[in-house]
Design a protein around this ligand. Structure first.
Ligand SMILES: [Zn+2]
Ligand SMILES: [Zn+2]
Length: 176
């Protein structure tokens, strides 16, 4: 999996968004502040309450795509997400590497976020298959992930969940 391109790393923004705790009043602003490298410098990250609601809706759609269990279901949800995007790509080398950005540089924060997330997620789905998206198998965790392993063997959202589950399985074996 070519993981060096902006297109593929944008999917990580999508996954982060789907897993973020956006429900508290400042949840959305905290998410934007901790991901400000994704926005054109100077973009206002202050969202109106209506925009914050739409950010939540985008996050739920990303999650819905990751949880979908069949290709038709993935396509329906992915296309709902893409309908919110306003792609107007441009090429840039702002970080020294030539790459594409999906949203116009002067778009408002919500438009940049939704467009980047929708395009990043759909690129991974069409290039690598929707089975690359999944939900963590650890008990008590429902975070979603994108599987970038060579053999598509990932089952957990993080190393923390993976080792927690290994320990739990070990203890269970000890008991029996
Ligand atoms: Zn960039
Ligand atoms: Zn997990």
């Amino acid at each position: 999996m070519d993981y060096d391109t902006y297109g593929s790393s944008a999917v990580e923004l999508a996954i982060d968004l789907a897993n973020a705790d956006l429900e508290p009043d400042d949840g959305v602003s905290r998410f934007l502040a901790s991901h400000d490298e994704w926005f054109t410098p100077g973009t206002s990250l202050d969202l109106t309450p209506a925009e914050a609601e739409r950010t939540l809706a985008t996050a739920l759609l990303v999650r819905a795509v990751a949880l979908a269990e069949s290709q038709p279901e993935v396509l329906t949800r992915l296309n709902q997400l893409l309908a919110l995007a306003r792609p107007r790509p441009y090429a840039t080398d702002h970080d020294g590497e030539l790459h594409l950005h999906y949203a116009r540089p002067d778009a408002p924060a919500l438009e940049q976020l939704t467009t980047t997330v929708a395009m990043g997620l759909s690129q991974v789905v069409v290039q690598h298959g929707w089975q690359r998206l999944g939900v963590c198998s650890a008990e008590g965790c429902d975070d979603v992930y994108v599987d970038t392993s060579r053999n598509a063997s990932r089952r957990y959202c993080s190393n923390t969940c993976a080792s927690r589950s290994t320990v739990a399985a070990y203890r269970a074996r000890q008991k029996s």
